[in-house]
Design a protein around this ligand. Structure first.
Ligand SMILES: Nc1ncnc2c1ncn2[C@@H]1O[C@H](COP(=O)(O)OP(=O)(O)OP(=O)(O)O)[C@@H](O)[C@H]1O
Ligand SMILES: [Mg+2]
Length: 200
């Protein structure tokens, strides 16, 4: 920035070049940060926690971008769910990643629905995040969780969001499923083992 300030007004093209360098450096920095996150053998800090609380935080973090994009957010969180054993920061990151993807898929506004429920066998808590966005072509479904798979413009997506998210969910002995129809939208279902189940 200092170098940029020192350049006079008659140095406009040079100034532009420097701006590009700074932008690319910032981008490279983000990629490196994502890569480290991806590569790190993190030890999750497992605690007894409530999925709805973490999801609520993730939703609050994305309220403003959702408003800007004219997206209506509908939440259907089931009360009285069993707790889970998990790392709330990491799980929050997973939910934010999936919600941001959903918002990015809705260029012209739409609906984001976030719901939680207990599976019928009481074994898992299901977190469902649905959008009414562009949808995912069938040939992409198998690659979604691959590191660096991205359909976003260069500089907009590194393609690490979902691979990092799946890594985190698998550390929790959970899974992520996707259903999607091009032109209609996508649904991501995260399943996490329920803790403190009632004894039969
Ligand atoms: N809700 C969604 N609707 C449509 N396409 C999606 C959705 N979620 C993910 N995708 C597709 O999956 C790809 C991979 O997603 P992922 O989050 O891993 O990477 P990214 O969003 O492209 O980049 P990053 O998350 O690193 O910024 C996206 O580029 C997009 O093509
Ligand atoms: Mg993403």
């Amino acid at each position: 920035q200092m170098a940029l300030d020192e350049l006079g007004k008659d140095n406009d093209s040079c100034k532009e070049d420097l701006k590009v360098v700074m932008k690319q450096t910032k981008r490279a920095g983000k990629i490196v940060k994502d890569l480290l996150e991806f590569a790190r053998q993190f030890q999750p800090e497992m605690r007894t926690m409530n999925v709805n609380d973490v999801l609520g935080k993730a939703i609050r973090m994305t309220t403003h971008p959702a408003q800007l994009k004219d997206v209506r957010v509908i939440t259907q969180l089931t009360q009285g769910l069993p707790s889970i054993n998990g790392d709330s920061d990491k799980l929050q990151q997973v939910f934010v990643n999936i919600i941001v993807n959903a918002l990015q898929a809705m260029a012209k506004g739409g609906e984001l629905t976030v719901s939680t429920r207990l599976t019928e066998d009481n074994e898992f808590i299901e977190i469902e995040i649905s959008d009414t966005g562009c949808g995912i072509p069938e040939e992409h479904l198998g690659k979604l969780f691959d590191p660096f798979f991205s359909t976003k413009e260069i500089g907009k997506g590194t393609g690490l969001g979902l691979s990092v998210s799946l890594g985190i969910v698998q550390k929790h002995n959970g899974s992520i499923d996707v259903r999607s129809k091009v032109g209609q939208g996508s649904t991501f279902i995260v399943r996490l083992p329920a803790e403190g189940k009632k004894r039969k």
